[in-house]
Ligand binder design. Structure first.
Ligand SMILES: *[C@@H]1O[C@H](CO)[C@@H](O)[C@H](O)[C@H]1NC(C)=O
Ligand SMILES: *[C@@H]1O[C@H](CO)[C@@H](O)[C@H](O)[C@H]1NC(C)=O
Ligand SMILES: *[C@@H]1O[C@H](CO)[C@@H](O)[C@H](O)[C@H]1NC(C)=O
Length: 364
């Protein structure tokens, strides 16, 4: 699932980069003897400070980061400024896959015209300087697959233009600020960090189309208020997120959702009937939990369902509609007459303790 998204997301990146590249620096700027405007001078100061912070650049990616013409630096993209089309500014940084080791110096805050900041798959570490609060035009941030650590980078919460936050595969820890879900974002990728704390109860306020919280250490239940995301949410990935309790029935309101992955959590109780109303669902993965009871036939009748994975639970019955699905995985349950199920004694002892969804103390 996570792979699927990582292939989808760069679409916006592509569009934006194409936009940026369609404004090549005018030729008279190729060998300027000074800065063509004060903003490029500020960008020069920022980029030189950044270059100084780099401790290893094995592919010599920044070797040409010298001289006045910052628009010619590898990975630096200029475009006419939004407020004055005659003024070139640094609008994009793309150091993806450069394998550079370093950190983000305070002076990076001087890049006030930045719309796109992509440094995925490098070895940047440390935290985000507070000066990045000046990135008022920043639209898309991808710092995934680096060594950033410390608490959630709160400076991002103050950026008024930000739409895409991708900080996955880092070493961030501690709580997620609830304000993240009150922002007008399009996508949130914070998976594969070490975020802890209670599961954010205001997640339903978020207008995102994609949210990936997988592989963190959250505690607690999925709030019923996720139903508020019904008009916008398209992919919801909660694999290994630390969820407990039962799935709230409000989940069925997410009728735009195409991918739901709650695998590898500690969820229990039945699958809510309401999931059978999620008419756009294509991929459903509930494997490696402690769900039980009967699988509602309405789920398996969903018109677009391509793949339903419900292995490694304690389901006691799967209707004919589910057995008919082309792509499904039902092993390690308690379903009679199906291959590779749990032992009779494992199923009996699980059923000796009835699940009470109320007992988890979640407000549904
Ligand atoms: C990078 O530059 C150094 C010094 O000029 C050189 O020895 C090395 O081979 C270069 N590495 C690559 C990958 O081009
Ligand atoms: C994640 O945080 C927990 C609790 O703070 C800690 O015990 C664990 O070592 C951390 N894991 C990683 C990979 O940093
Ligand atoms: C169905 O989904 C599961 C879990 O995400 C995945 O492992 C499996 O490869 C998928 N099957 C097909 C045929 O796409």
């Amino acid at each position: 699932m996570i792979m699927k998204i990582s292939l989808n997301l760069p679409l916006s990146l592509l569009l934006l980069s194409t936009f940026l590249l369609s404004f090549p620096s005018p030729s008279y700027q190729q060998h300027p003897h000074t800065f063509s405007n004060p903003r490029l001078k500020k960008a020069y100061i920022a980029l030189q400070a950044w270059k100084k912070s780099i401790t290893d650049d094995p592919n010599n990616f920044t070797r040409n980061w010298e001289g006045y013409n910052v628009c010619n630096y590898n990975g630096v993209f200029c475009a006419p400024s939004l407020d004055n089309s005659y003024v070139q500014t640094v609008a994009g940084i793309d150091l993806n896959h450069a394998n550079i080791a370093g950190s983000l110096p305070k002076k990076l805050g001087l890049l006030t015209d930045l719309a796109l900041f992509h440094i995925n798959s490098n070895r940047f570490c440390g935290s985000f300087p507070y000066t990045l609060k000046n990135w008022c035009l920043l639209y898309e941030l991808d710092v995934s697959n680096n060594y950033f650590n410390g608490g959630f980078p709160k400076v991002l919460l103050s950026l008024p233009s930000l739409k895409f936050i991708d900080i996955r595969y880092n070493y961030f820890n501690g709580p997620i600020p609830s304000k993240l879900f009150d922002l007008k974002l399009d996508a949130i990728f914070i998976n594969n960090n070490n975020f802890t704390s209670k599961f954010p109860q205001n997640i339903g306020n978020s207008p995102v189309s994609v949210v990936v919280l997988a592989n963190n250490n959250f505690q607690g239940c999925l709030p019923n208020s996720i139903s508020k995301m019904s008009k916008t949410l398209n992919e919801f990935i909660l694999e290994g997120a630390g969820l407990k309790g039962c799935l709230p029935s409000g989940i069925g309101k997410l009728t735009q959702l195409t991918v739901l992955d709650v695998s590898y959590n500690e969820l229990s109780g039945p699958l809510p009937d309401s999931i059978g109303k999620m008419k756009n669902l294509e991929q459903l993965n509930v494997a490696f939990n402690s769900f039980s009871g009967e699988i509602p036939a309405s789920i398996c009748r969903l018109p677009k369902l391509e793949n339903f994975t419900y292995s490694y639970n304690f389901f006691s019955h799967a209707p004919y509609e589910c057995l008919k699905l082309k792509s499904k995985d039902d092993i390690f349950n308690c379903i009679p007459n199906r291959p590779s199920q749990r032992s009779h004694s494992a199923c009996t002892s699980f059923n000796a303790y009835p699940i009470s969804c109320e007992s988890f103390g979640c407000y549904y």
